[in-house]
Design a protein around this ligand. Structure first.
Ligand code: ZN
Length: 72
């Protein structure tokens, strides 16, 4: 019967988790968060709008854009 948590670690309206590994320990920023496990950064907006499997990390999105530019 010990289900009272002594304190809350993350005070946010919505609880985000890593779309890649499911980790719930994250560093929250204004519009993004970092996963403790993968060290990847994700946009919160993406997590609001897409399924986990469709979400790219910010690093991956940058690589994607750079790839496009190099083709030209
Ligand atoms: Zn992760």
């Amino acid at each position: 019967m010990n289900n009272l948590k002594p304190f809350r670690i993350i005070m946010s309206k919505k609880k985000y988790h890593c779309p890649r590994c499911g980790e719930t320990k994250i560093y929250e920023h204004d519009s993004t968060f970092d996963c403790f496990k993968c060290n990847l950064e994700f946009d919160k907006e993406d997590c609001d709008n897409y399924d986990d499997e469709d979400i790219l990390s910010i690093e991956e999105k940058l690589a994607f854009h750079n790839g496009f530019q190099e083709e030209e």
